[in-house]
Design a protein around this ligand. Structure first.
Ligand SMILES: [Zn+2]
Length: 416
C-alpha cells in the first residue's frame, strides 16, 4: 500500500456536495475498505450525496465510531490554484489539492493506520458523510434511522491537525448557536418633521440593542445561569500563538483571549438595517428597522431557553428564528480525552493543544443526543494552520499525514 498515492486517487474524484457529486466518491471509499477486508456499504439517505457505513468487529468490549466526511467545498475560483485541485501534486513536502486536509486526508490517514495495524484493539465503526460541507442537512434523520447499528462507546470527530501553536490539536466540543432577526415596524414612512410626535423604529431598535449588553457581558436576565465555566485542568491545556492570531485577525487581542474565545457565550450583531442609506439626504422617519443577531452559546446553555429569555426581555418585538444548534463538550477527564492527550504526547513528544469546545458550531450534540454517547472528541487530523481549507491551494504536509497515522495507531492502543 502506497498511502500517499491512495490519498491522491481519492482526491482526484470530484466530491463537491454543493454540486451533488457524491456517488463516485462514496463508491471509491466503500471499494477501498472492502479491498482491505473491511465490511462496508453505501447507504442512500434523502440526497444525491450518500453515506458510507463500515465496521470491523474484533470481539473487543469497547467500540469506537469514526466520523469523517468525503465531500469537499467548490474549488472556484479555479484560476487562483497553482495546480489542478483534482490532480494533486506533491511539491516541497506538501500535497496540494481540494480535500487533502478537509477532510479526505484525515479520513484516509485514519483508515490506513487501522489497515496497517491489522487487528485494532477496539471494535471500529465508520460513518462517512457526503454532505458536511453543505451543513449536514440530513444528519439527524440519518442518525435516527441507524442509531442501533451506530451504537458505540466513543466517537472520533472529523479531525483537525496542528493548531495555531504548532502542537497537535484536540477539540472536545463546540459552541451552540441561536440566530435571530429582530424586526420593528410602524405603518408607514413619515416626513421627519413629525419626529416630535412619532415613534421611530430605528431609535427603538438602537435602544433594544444597547440594552442587550453591558460592557463585554450579555445583560439578558438568566443568560449565564447554566454556563459551565472551564475547570483548572481544562484551562491548563489552552495555548495559542498570540502573534499569529493577531496577524490573522488584524487586531490586538485582550489579555485572556484564549479563555474568552472558548468559554464566553456571545451576543453578536451580524446585520443592521433601517431607513435611507443611499447617497445624499432624505428626511424621513423609517417605518422599518431590523437587526440580525447571533448568540454563540456554551455548555450547558440551551438555544430554546435563550430564545424564551429574549422574548420575555423584548415583549412586542417580532423575532424570527434562523438557526438553533445546541452546544456540546466532552469532559477532559473522560477516557477518550485522556487517550487522545496521552497518545499525542507520545507520538509528537509535546503537550497537545486541547480546546474544551471550538469557538465555532457543529452538529456534535446531535451525535451525543441521538446516539446516547457522551464521549465525542476531535483529534488525529492532518491539517496545519496554513492548510487553506475551503480556499484555493488547499494543502497538507506529507510529514503531518504520516504523523497522523502514527497518532491514530497510538490512540487506538491507549483506548484498547
Ligand atoms: Zn469543511
Amino acid at each position: 500500500m502506497n498511502s500517499i498515492q491512495d490519498l491522491i486517487e481519492f482526491v482526484k474524484i470530484d466530491t463537491t456536495s454543493a454540486k451533488g457529486k457524491g456517488e463516485e466518491g462514496a463508491k471509491f471509499i466503500k471499494d477501498y475498505m472492502q479491498s482491505h477486508g473491511i465490511e462496508a456499504r453505501v447507504v442512500q439517505h434523502r440526497s444525491r450525496n450518500p453515506y458510507v457505513l463500515g465496521e470491523i468487529n474484533v470481539g473487543a468490549q469497547k467500540t469506537l465510531l469514526i466520523y469523517n466526511h468525503y465531500d469537499v467545498q467548490p474549488v472556484e475560483p479555479l484560476e487562483r490554484w497553482q495546480s489542478d485541485p483534482f490532480n494533486p501534486v506533491e511539491k516541497d513536502g506538501k500535497l496540494i489539492g481540494r480535500g487533502v486536509g478537509d477532510d479526505k486526508g484525515s479520513l484516509m490517514a485514519r483508515l490506513q493506520a487501522i489497515i496497517e495495524m491489522g487487528k485494532p484493539p477496539v471494535n471500529i465503526k465508520f460513518v462517512y458523510e457526503g454532505e458536511e460541507e453543505i451543513g449536514s442537512p440530513n444528519i439527524d434523520s440519518f442518525l435516527e434511522a441507524h442509531k442501533e447499528e451506530l451504537k458505540s462507546d466513543y466517537i472520533l470527530w472529523e479531525g483537525a491537525g496542528r493548531g495555531a501553536s504548532g502542537a497537535p490539536e484536540i477539540v472536545l466540543g463546540v459552541k451552540g448557536l441561536l440566530y435571530v432577526e429582530l424586526i420593528l415596524r410602524t405603518e408607514k414612512d413619515l416626513h421627519s418633521m413629525y419626529a416630535p410626535i412619532s415613534k421611530n423604529p430605528a431609535w427603538d431598535l438602537v435602544r433594544i440593542l444597547s440594552s442587550l449588553k453591558r460592557g463585554d457581558k450579555v445583560s439578558l436576565p438568566g443568560f449565564y445561569d447554566k454556563v459551565k465555566w472551564l475547570t483548572e485542568s481544562e484551562l491548563k491545556y489552552l495555548k495559542s500563538d498570540r502573534a499569529s492570531m493577531e496577524k490573522a485577525l488584524g487586531q490586538k487581542l485582550p489579555e485572556d483571549f484564549e479563555r474568552r474565545l472558548i468559554e464566553e457565550p456571545t451576543c453578536n450583531i451580524a446585520g443592521l438595517y433601517s431607513g435611507y442609506t443611499g447617497e445624499g439626504s432624505k428626511t424621513v422617519i423609517p417605518s422599518y428597522a431590523m437587526a440580525k443577531l447571533d448568540f454563540r452559546l456554551v455548555p450547558n446553555q440551551d438555544p430554546d431557553e435563550v430564545l424564551n429569555q429574549l422574548k420575555e426581555f423584548l415583549p412586542g418585538v417580532e423575532i424570527k428564528v434562523w438557526g438553533k444548534v445546541r452546544p456540546y463538550r466532552t469532559s477532559i477527564t473522560s477516557k477518550i480525552s485522556i487517550s487522545l492527550i496521552e497518545s499525542a504526547k507520545k507520538v509528537y513528544g509535546t503537550e497537545p493543544e486541547v480546546i474544551p469546545n471550538s469557538p465555532g458550531t457543529g452538529p456534535m450534540e446531535s451525535f451525543a443526543r441521538i446516539l446516547n454517547n457522551n464521549q465525542i472528541a476531535d483529534g488525529v487530523g492532518v491539517e496545519h494552520p496554513g492548510s487553506n481549507i475551503h480556499s484555493f491551494n488547499e494543502n497538507i504536509y506529507v510529514k503531518d499525514y504520516m504523523m497522523a497515522k502514527e497518532w491514530m495507531k497510538q490512540f487506538l492502543r491507549e483506548l484498547g
